[in-house]
Structure formats: structure tokens, C-alpha cells
Design a protein around this ligand. Structure first.
Ligand code: LRH
Ligand code: MN
Ligand code: MN
Length: 388
């Protein structure tokens, strides 16, 4: 009998992870962008690559877009294109970090003209969401200051509230706004939305359709991220995840690569808080594949999430509760660690096959010939946007 009980299998079958379109484009560090052969040249080609990830895993049925990186003339046509490939268009990410006008801020800017431009960009994103059928607008702000005394931090919070209020008012009944925080970068002294508390305060002031987005790479080293997950779920304000992993700062590496145990702990709290397969909590990736091939990089990522989800579902809840109630520290920790230490890979492979999926999606993709085909067909890939 499989270690994956029927309840666990049902939970795994319900899992979906949204892929970022920009993960398929070339990206890099401040120092160099290494182009990968076969890189998509258009939003359509990014979506086609994302559909491949879903084809071999059945884990990634939607693709997030970044505007203007994925700007097209006809978003309804882009939506049909995606649906024909078996995927939908998901979160729309705004971008107020690559325009000279935003050097000193966008939604927090002291100049009304620039603030108006930034608000209008978000309203344009909401229009696009109407055409793509997207529910969520994701806002990450690169705003802040580099030197003490440079900016009036308090006035900027007030202007941020005013700007967000206008954007929020433009949302449709079924649409939501998620506000992503990040502790530093590109600003190095203060950031206007640096932490979950600030994001929470800002979204709570707007209403039910505004929630927090937690990017796992956006915290100071040593932060107990699963505690934040627990708290936001408890408050009903965890709207989405941007999953990735990091060794130092916002490294945007493959989720589960740097610290699989952290991913396990986060998913354990998601399950504990009722966030797994809960449509209110979107699981997204936000990664860059600087040196590895992008499609296999994304396949590995969704498999890592699936693997840690399976392990977290193996935690014996009754045994854990009993050990906690008895203050049996070591027994409680052992229950937790037993699940984390279980190798679920053979059981997952068997389960995939029983559903008509490849036992080994990485191998299935490598054998498909898709990578060779795009490398031959596509010449001159686009950047993800960082260098554009
Ligand atoms: C900022 C961020 C945010 C952006 C993405 C490209 O660091 O995490 O989510 O939209 O990277
Ligand atoms: Mn992010
Ligand atoms: Mn980031």
C-alpha cells in the first residue's frame, strides 16, 4: 500500500501552482545576462513553454503575466491562445520600477503627475485583467530611499494609502489586489512596503478584496517565514505566495533548492491554516533561471513544491497534538521530523503513473524533443525584463 493515503492523494490532486511568464525569459544578475537557446521571443512563446510544464506535471494550469513585459494588442486573443494550450492566464503583475519617472517613487511620489501615471498604470492592469479573465492584481513597489533624511517616510505612507484606495476602487467584484512586501532592494535605507505588517496595515485599510502577497525571498535572513504564514492565514489576509529560494537576499532560485526544510515548514503551516487548495490563497512561483534551462527549471520547481506538500501531509496530526499537549518537546519534534525525513519520491512517481502522467516529468520532458525544437526554431530571445 502506498504511503500516500487516499486523503493525501486527493489533496495532491487538487494542487495548482501558477508559473511566472518571466521565468521563461532570459534574466541575470547586475553583472551579466546569459542567454539560453530557445528563449521565448513573445508572450505567446512564454505561455507555450509554461503549458509544457503543465503537460508533464498537471501541476501548473495558469501563467502570471507582467505588464509591460507581456504587453500585447489583444489580450482576449492571448487568453484564447493560452486556453487552447490547456492553461489559463493568472495574476497580472504591475511594473513601476523601470521607468525614469519613478526614480523617486511611483504610488508614493510627492509629484501628483507621477503618482497619477502610476495609478493609471494599475487601472490599465485592471482593464487587462478583465480581458484575460484574471482575478488578481499583484503590486510590488520598488519605492523607498537610500539615505536617512532623504524622504518623508510618514508622508509617503499616507500617499501610498491614497493611491491604493483609488486602485482598489477600480477593482471588479470578483477581482482582488495583493500587495507584496520586500525588506530592501532597490532601495537600501528605507522601503515603503518592507514587511508583512506594513502590507497588512495598508490592505486592511482598503477592504476584503485587498490581501498580502508573501514572496519567500523577501525577508531578512533568519526570519521565521512560517510564523508569518500562520499569522496571515489566521487573519484571513494571505492572498498569495511568490515561491522561490535564496541563500543571501532575493536570489530567486528554484523553490526548495536552498532550504527544503523551510519549504516543508511553510507548507505545514499552510495546511494547518486551511490554505492548501484554498482558492483564496494563490500558490505562485517567482523565479529566474539565470544559468539553467528554464522549462526544466520550472518543472523541478513545481515538483519540489509537490514533494514538500506530500511530506507535510504525512505529519501525524493526532500524534503531534498529543505530544504538544503533554509538552513532550522531543516527541513533538520527532513527529514533525519523521514526516520531513520520509522519501516520498517513489510513491509520487507511482501515483503520477496511476493518473496517466509521466512517473518522472523531468525525464519525460527531456525525451519529448520540445527543447531541441525551440532551440532550432527560436532565434533571439527576449529578456525577462530586468535588463530591458
Ligand atoms: C520583486 C519581485 C516582484 C516583481 C518580480 C519580478 O523583487 O519579487 O514580485 O514583480 O520580482
Ligand atoms: Mn515576487
Ligand atoms: Mn523578488
Amino acid at each position: 500500500m502506498s504511503i500516500l493515503t487516499s486523503d493525501i492523494q486527493a489533496a495532491l490532486a487538487g494542487q495548482s501552482i501558477e508559473l511566472p511568464s518571466w521565468a521563461f525569459g532570459n534574466s541575470g544578475t547586475r553583472f551579466k545576462v546569459f542567454a539560453t537557446e530557445g528563449t521565448p521571443r513573445t508572450p505567446q512563446e512564454k505561455i507555450a513553454d509554461a503549458a509544457e510544464v503543465n503537460r508533464v506535471t498537471a501541476l501548473a494550469p495558469s501563467v502570471a503575466l507582467h505588464i509591460p513585459w507581456d504587453k500585447v494588442d489583444d489580450y482576449a486573443a492571448l487568453r484564447r491562445y493560452a486556453e487552447d494550450l490547456g492553461v489559463s492566464l493568472g495574476t497580472i503583475n504591475s511594473n513601476t520600477f523601470q521607468d525614469d519617472d519613478y526614480k523617486f517613487g511611483a504610488l508614493t511620489h510627492a509629484d501628483d503627475r507621477i503618482r497619477r501615471k502610476a495609478i493609471d498604470h494599475h487601472i490599465e492592469c485592471i482593464d487587462i485583467m478583465g480581458a484575460t479573465g484574471s482575478r488578481d492584481l499583484k503590486i510590488w513597489l520598488a519605492e523607498g530611499s537610500n539615505y536617512p533624511g532623504q524622504a518623508d517616510m510618514r508622508a509617503r505612507q499616507d500617499r501610498l494609502h491614497e493611491s491604493l484606495t483609488e486602485i482598489y476602487a477600480a477593482l471588479g467584484d470578483d477581482q482582488r489586489l495583493v500587495l507584496e512586501y520586500k525588506f530592501f532592494e532597490p532601495s537600501f535605507y528605507h522601503t515603503d512596503v518592507p514587511d508583512w505588517g506594513t502590507s497588512y496595515v495598508q490592505v486592511a485599510a482598503l477592504g476584503d478584496k485587498a490581501l498580502v502577497c508573501l514572496d519567500t525571498g523577501h525577508h531578512a535572513p533568519g526570519t521565521n517565514i512560517e510564523f508569518i504564514v500562520m499569522q496571515l492565514l489566521r487573519l484571513g489576509k494571505l492572498g498569495s505566495f511568490d515561491f522561490n529560494s535564496r541563500f543571501y537576499a532575493d536570489d530567486d532560485l528554484i523553490v526548495g533548492a536552498a532550504d527544503p526544510f523551510q519549504l516543508f515548514r511553510i507548507i505545514f503551516e499552510v495546511i494547518r491554516g486551511g490554505g492548501l487548495n484554498n482558492p483564496d490563497v494563490a500558490f505562485m512561483l517567482d523565479q529566474c533561471h539565470n544559468i539553467e534551462k528554464k522549462i526544466p527549471g520550472q518543472i523541478r520547481s513545481v515538483l519540489n513544491v509537490q514533494e514538500m506538500t506530500a511530506r507535510a501531509l504525512l505529519v501525524d496530526g493526532a500524534a503531534l497534538a498529543a505530544a504538544q499537549a503533554a509538552n513532550d518537546v522531543l516527541a513533538a519534534n520527532a513527529v514533525f521530523m519523521d514526516a520531513f525525513s520520509t522519501d516520498v519520491r517513489p510513491a509520487l512517481a507511482e501515483w503520477r503513473e496511476s493518473r496517466g502522467l509521466p512517473a518522472d516529468p523531468m525525464a519525460a520532458f527531456a525525451a519529448s524533443g520540445y527543447q531541441e525544437k525551440i532551440e532550432a526554431e527560436r532565434v533571439g530571445g527576449t529578456q525577462a525584463g530586468w535588463g530591458a
